[in-house]
Design a protein around this ligand. Structure first.
Ligand code: ASP
Ligand code: MG
Length: 422
């Protein structure tokens, strides 16, 4: 069995859904689970609708609702002009959303969010199920609220793994008995045991695909995107960026840690635990190989990756009492950093000073300086850039030294980080 995940961009209009159906149609006869996100930016639109509802702005609420409903009905009409059953089912879905937003909102805004935002995935899976069925692809529509069981953490629900695995496996057994090889399910949503719908955090559909793959021992997950695969650098900044055809789970997690927009570690982890490869492919060029994230680490060294973080501040502390930068001083600085919720992107210490690179943020900078000024002399330099290079070569470093004004540098075996001016 494979798991295919289609994100919002891959199903953003009727044409895209036809393209996606072509990809599913070409899959062949094996077992397949299709995980879909909300269409295009629907999740953002539903968030706006939720805000209008909880803030009691009836005009905005009506307009936001109508826009979302008409957008989906329009796509369905384009795909299936002569299918009154499908139109009726979708209209019914939006009627139930309308009933929700016509009531008093719950006291907790996040609870309101969980009542409204899942409709994006419900609507997209309904439209796509109807369209694929019409194209003679036989598939089941599964309700993630019956299979993905979570706790009640609003907007960031945690998976209850044992229950979820059991539900998914039982469902697969049942479908195998019935001879049903393909199913479609909503990403991003689940439910508590007592039946409250929950969401897994933005961009959660990738995670849903990983959960399903883990539970059902899939042979592979494919995430269909609008890019050819994972790149070694942002092509907007590096015109000669290349694709990473093969990287390890470990490397993908490292790249995400340093700020690359690759696959979220939370998606990687379940796959890594069961050694299930993850492919990132382009829905615009489905025959191209894409990128493969798997267990093998031997390809990681082949291509250096560049991760650029702009808008950085370099902040240095030296004890006013001329003591060394010892554990006691460091623990005071760390307590202040964590107390002010400041994430450290890089750190370095010497005998008498300690430096951290953090995101530019005047107010936080002021707060941390105020809390430590008595004990430390503090200097800072704003609007810098943090460059991280994985699998660097000496030649790359020499080039940066020549072309950039490097204020601070740190190297480990695989990674070099430089804070540069500008
Ligand atoms: N639709 C949700 C979002 O936009 C989940 C996802 O697309 O992964 O965040
Ligand atoms: Mg999305």
């Amino acid at each position: 069995m494979k798991v295919f995940k289609f994100g919002g961009a891959s199903v953003k209009d009727a044409e895209s859904v036809r393209n996606m159906a072509g990809i599913v149609g070409a899959y062949g006869t094996g077992e397949l689970m299709i995980v879909v996100s909300a269409m295009d930016k629907t999740t953002n639109r539903l968030e706006e609708l939720t805000t209008a509802w909880v803030r009691n702005m009836p005009e905005k609420r009506e307009a936001a609702f109508a826009k979302i409903r008409d957008y989906h009905l329009g796509i369905l009409e384009d795909l299936l002009p002569d299918n009154p059953g499908a139109a009726e089912a979708l209209t019914k879905l939006f009627t139930s959303l309308y009933q929700i937003i016509s009531q008093e909102p719950p006291a907790d805004d996040d609870r309101a969010y969980e009542m409204v935002v899942p409709y994006g995935e419900l609507a997209s899976s309904l439209i796509i199920w109807n369209y694929l069925t019409d194209r003679d692809i036989k598939l089941d529509w599964l309700d993630a609220r019956e299979l993905i069981i979570t706790d009640d953490t609003l907007r960031d629900a945690r998976i209850r793994w044992d229950l979820t695995v059991e539900q998914l496996q039982q469902n697969l057994d049942k479908r195998r008995h019935a001879g049903s090889a393909i199913a479609i399910i909503q990403g991003f949503i689940g439910s508590t045991l007592d039946g409250h719908t929950t969401t897994l955090g933005r961009e959660g559909s990738d995670f849903t695909a990983a959960i399903i793959a883990y539970a059902l021992d899939a042979e592979e997950v494919v995430i269909w995107k609008d890019v050819p695969g994972l790149m070694n650098a942002d092509p907007a900044l590096f015109p000669d960026a290349v694709m990473l055809e093969n990287i390890s789970f470990h490397e993908a997690i490292e790249l995400a840690f340093y700020g690359a927009k690759v696959i979220h570690p939370r998606t990687i982890k379940p796959l890594q635990n069961k050694n299930i490869p993850l492919r990132v492919m382009s829905f615009k060029a489905p025959a191209a190989p894409g990128s493969l994230i798997h267990e093998l680490e031997r390809y990681d060294q082949e291509i250096p990756s560049y991760i650029i973080k702009e808008n950085q501040t370099l902040l240095s502390f030296s004890p006013r009492d001329f003591s060394f930068m010892d554990e006691k001083n460091l623990s005071e600085i760390f307590a202040a950093l964590s107390g002010h919720n400041i994430r450290v992107n890089l750190m370095q210490n010497s005998a008498i000073s300690f430096s951290v690179c953090i995101d530019d943020h005047d107010e936080r900078l002021e707060r941390i300086a105020a809390s430590l000024r008595d004990r430390f002399r503090i200097r800072y330099n704003k609007h810098l850039t943090l460059i991280t290079i994985r699998h660097f070569t000496e030649e790359i470093i020499t080039r940066f030294h020549r072309d950039a004004n490097v204020l601070l540098e740190q190297r480990s075996r695989n990674t070099v980080q430089m804070v540069v001016k500008g």
